[in-house]
Write a protein that binds this ligand. Structure first.
Ligand code: PXP
Length: 236
């Protein structure tokens, strides 16, 4: 399984002092050196962590892939078509949320999502939709022209170690199977940790995990390179 490392929180720390440290580009290079298969940043509407310039610089610098997470807004569409990252992951976004809360609502607006996705795919970008492991959303995603879905693992992560763990894992397993059957490729992410990530290996359809907060949290004590290597070993 591949590992995409979300480095937004390096930017969060940098922005706390308004300078350049810790340097986001340096962080990306360390992640790549440690074996990350891609680097993910979420350019939020309020630019609370990653800034526009970071996205352009990362695109120039990375040897792996830049995965740009973004909302379905005109502004983000324009930026994505200008930067042309290797991957775009479309996510819902609420200004007041601490992190992305639920999956994208696709089922009730298939045509809108399809129109948003097409110019991105035509530009050579591989597009993924971040959705809940829900049959209705998976079926809708398959009609949008996006090549990938990223299954939201937040509910699984919260349920880990509780009586609902199997139930939430089964939702992910069923959604991944259905997506694969419908011709979609499948990634997953959100809330994954050193402790709970091992069960993702039970889902054979998964291609890549996108993990941010837990890796950066471990990096505070162990260093970023070791934190990425450790996570890579856990998902091998
Ligand atoms: N995937 C998506 C679509 C996300 O929005 C996020 C959080 O930015 C992640 C993965 C990573 O989540 P975490 O930081 O909890 O690992």
């Amino acid at each position: 399984m591949l590992l995409g490392v979300n480095i937004d929180h390096i930017a969060t720390l940098r922005n706390a002092r308004g300078g350049l440290e810790p340097n986001l580009l340096q962080a990306a290079l360390i992640c790549e050196k440690a074996g990350a298969d891609g680097i993910t940043v979420h350019l939020r509407e309020d630019r609370r962590h990653t800034k526009d310039n970071d996205v352009y610089e990362l695109k120039k610098l990375l040897k792996t892939r830049l995965n740009l997470e973004m909302a379905l807004t005109e502004e983000m569409h324009r930026i994505a078509l200008d930067v042309v990252p290797e991957n775009v992951c479309l996510v819902p976004e609420k200004r007041e949320e601490v992190t992305t809360e639920g999956g994208l609502e696709v089922a009730s607006r298939i045509e809108f999502v399809k129109d948003f996705v097409k110019p991105l795919v035509d530009a050579g970008i591989v597009v993924s939709l971040f959705i809940d492991p829900d049959k209705k959303q998976v079926e809708a995603a398959a009609k949008t022209g996006a090549q990938f879905i990223e299954l939201h693992t937040g509910r699984y992560s919260e349920a880990y170690g509780t009586e609902n763990e199997e139930l939430e894992l089964n939702h992910l397993k069923d959604a991944a199977k259905l997506a694969h059957k419908l011709g979609l490729k499948v990634n997953a992410g959100h809330g994954l940790t050193y402790e709970n990530v091992h069960r993702m290996r039970e889902i054979p359809e998964l291609i890549e995990l996108n993990i941010g907060h837990n890796i950066i949290a471990h990096a505070v004590f162990d260093g970023l390179e070791k934190a990425v290597i450790d996570m890579k070993n856990l998902i091998k």
